[in-house]
Design a protein around this ligand. Structure first.
Ligand code: ZN
Length: 391
């Protein structure tokens, strides 16, 4: 999703607004040490993960009698995902000092990096995922959590049209790192290339998950099947190229060898939330899972307000998927994130990546994506060029 219908996406940020209140909430992190609140967050987070895993294992049957092998395999897969989750969180906590991203810089500002319209250096991804037939049932809006546990996923879109470059909100990522909060970033393939250095920094931290957000933000209600395939596969390829580069350099940095990032992106987010039957068919074939959201965080205007945070929090329920941006397009995303995430933690919510959330319950799908009401994103078909990429 690049912008809401009433967004002021083309309004540039001033240097003052970039500097505005962009300080760590964790004084310990600023001073290079760990503060007590952070330790508490870490402990409660880890305890929550392990408790959740224990609960899952207790639900497993002692024998396969009465359960089909498919059900058992599915339960095992979920157990593996959650065990991997705990290991990745532990790795992050032990190495956060080395993994922490450099601060927001002038090159992170919108349009600071020159545009580059070339496709990726390699256009066919090496890794082929198995087909995902469930994509035909529609996009995932949220996950129904059977036991009602307060768990939700924070997602951040990094969108970029073919015609211009956007930015990178480093403050958001650093704040998540300092507070041990997992998140999922849906990155445009072209955004990945224009922000290669930043993507490679994020790839090193297993606290984060990356999803495919199309190459140049194409509108999948308008694109031809051939162009849809390019938008999806070029992004898969670009991710592979950066991942390979990171692994080649892992020996030098001493990081990333024990927990390399996944070989391929498995989650997909439709730009503007716009989809089509042909697009779902293509996701089935390419093995990707279409992920939407049930809670829209930012609106047009300045989002850095407690009142907006209250509106967002009121919509969150167990299994929610929240939509934010980390490309410096909506105004006040970082402040809004801090208000919302700390508010939800006070209400005993904990955060997981989308991949983990999918393993925790039953997926709730809709045929066509939307912001808050069915059809409320269709008017965007008339904007952003003939295929949604700005061209
Ligand atoms: Zn987007």
């Amino acid at each position: 999703m690049l912008q809401r219908p009433n967004d002021t996406a083309h309004e540039d940020f001033s240097e003052d607004s970039l500097r505005e209140s962009r300080t760590d909430s964790c004084e310990g992190a600023q001073a290079g040490r760990t503060c007590k609140p952070c330790l508490m967050h870490r402990r409660s987070f880890l305890a929550g993960s392990l408790g959740l895993m224990a609960g899952l294992f207790c639900d497993l049957p002692m024998t396969a009698s009465g359960f089909g092998s498919t059900a058992l395999a599915a339960e095992q897969e979920k157990a593996d995902i959650l065990a991997d989750y705990a290991a990745r969180l532990q790795y992050h906590m032990e190495n956060n000092g080395d993994l922490r991203l450099p601060a927001l810089s002038a090159r992170d500002r919108r349009r600071a990096i020159p545009n580059d319209k070339r496709p990726p250096a390699r256009r066919t991804p090496v890794t082929k995922l198995p087909p995902n037939p469930s994509a035909l049932e529609g996009v995932v809006r949220r996950v129904h959590i059977e036991n009602g546990e307060k768990v939700c996923a924070l997602t951040f879109d990094m969108c970029e049209l073919a015609t211009t470059t956007t930015g990178f909100d480093a403050d958001i990522v650093i704040w998540l790192q300092d507070n041990n909060i997992p998140a999922t970033f849906f990155m445009g393939g072209k955004w990945m290339r224009t922000h290669e250095r930043r993507v490679r920094q994020i790839l090193r931290d297993p606290l984060f998950e990356i999803g495919n957000h199309a190459w140049a933000h194409g509108n999948f209600a308008l694109l031809t099947p051939e162009r849809m395939r390019e938008e999806i596969l070029d992004t898969q390829s670009q991710y592979e190229l950066l991942r390979e580069e990171n692994i080649e350099n892992a020996g030098r940095s001493g990081l990333g060898e024990s927990l390399p990032p996944p070989e391929a992106l498995r989650l997909f987010r439709f730009p503007y939330g716009r989809s089509s039957e042909q697009a779902l068919q293509l996701l089935k074939e390419t093995g990707l899972e279409p992920i939407q959201w049930d809670v829209v965080a930012e609106t047009g205007g300045n989002n850095a307000s407690v009142s907006r945070a209250r509106q967002v929090m009121a919509k969150v329920q167990p299994g929610s998927i929240l939509l934010f941006h980390a490309n410096l397009v909506p105004r006040g995303s970082f402040q809004l994130l801090r208000y919302v995430a700390t508010g939800l933690q006070r209400k005993d919510y904990r955060f997981v990546t989308v991949g983990e959330l999918l393993a925790l319950g039953t997926l709730e799908r809709v045929r066509d994506g939307y912001f808050e009401k069915p059809g409320d994103n269709a008017e965007l078909d008339k904007r952003f060029g003939t295929e949604g990429t700005g061209r």
